[in-house]
Design a protein around this ligand. Structure first.
Ligand code: ZN
Length: 219
């Protein structure tokens, strides 16, 4: 049985698998990103996976495909393979080479790591992003990379605060329930609030970007 059909039957044992499926590897994606699209006319589901997925164990790939299927059909479920997939994503950072850095971000990372994480966090890749006011910071599990908007570089206090937020993502990871992932959990928000002067810093961030969204991204 093909991988997609196997994933589908395990997820929906009572349903007929009446689709054509395409699974393709693409160089367009960074890290371990992937997506799925359904063409309702041809009843074709196309899975596009970053080419980094090529050598990954089939059981983990089944978990990925199941997570994408749940999102596609807006259904809830949980399987052993999805647990395998989550753990794979959560542990990726250990094996990913750290090739990108930047002196300003590295100093900020070292400061925050020392002050609030007892120096226990391994340095991720660090990069300065576009001058985006919408996405001020981002942590990508698939490449173990923290990206900070260049708009924050002149504001060391804000840079440190957003760095703290992104390191929290690397540290706390995410919780999964019914095939959905939760990143800004109650525990996360409590830890975020514990940062000195977090209220004032939030206001200051609001002045830089009114529509701001400190994003994390996986897909
Ligand atoms: Zn976040």
């Amino acid at each position: 049985m093909r991988l997609v059909e196997k994933a589908f039957r395990q997820l929906f044992p009572d349903k007929e698998f009446s689709y054509t499926d395409v699974l393709e590897y693409s160089g367009r994606f960074k890290g371990f990103n992937a997506n799925a699209r359904l063409n309702n006319l041809t009843k074709t589901i196309t899975f596009s996976l970053s080419k980094n997925w090529k050598g990954v164990d089939e059981q983990i790939k089944i978990g990925l495909v199941q997570s994408l299927l749940l999102r596609l059909f807006k259904k809830k479920a949980r399987t052993v393979n999805m647990d395998l997939y989550d753990n794979f994503i959560k542990n990726l950072h250990i094996a990913i080479p750290k090739t990108k850095s930047n002196p300003v971000l590295e100093e900020s990372f070292n400061r925050i790591n020392k002050l609030y994480f007892a120096g226990m966090i391994d340095r991720p890749n660090l990069r300065i992003g576009k001058p985006s006011a919408r996405t001020l910071g981002n942590y990508d599990y698939g490449t173990d990379t923290i990206t900070i908007s260049s708009l924050l570089v002149p504001h060391l206090d804000l840079l440190d605060y957003v760095m703290y937020h992104e390191i929290l993502h690397k540290k706390t990871k995410f919780n999964s329930k019914n095939g959905r992932s939760f990143h800004h959990t109650r525990q996360f928000k409590q830890l975020e609030k514990a940062y000195p002067n977090s209220k004032e810093l939030e206001q200051k961030l609001g002045r830089i970007s009114s529509k701001r969204k400190i994003l994390f991204s996986l897909f």
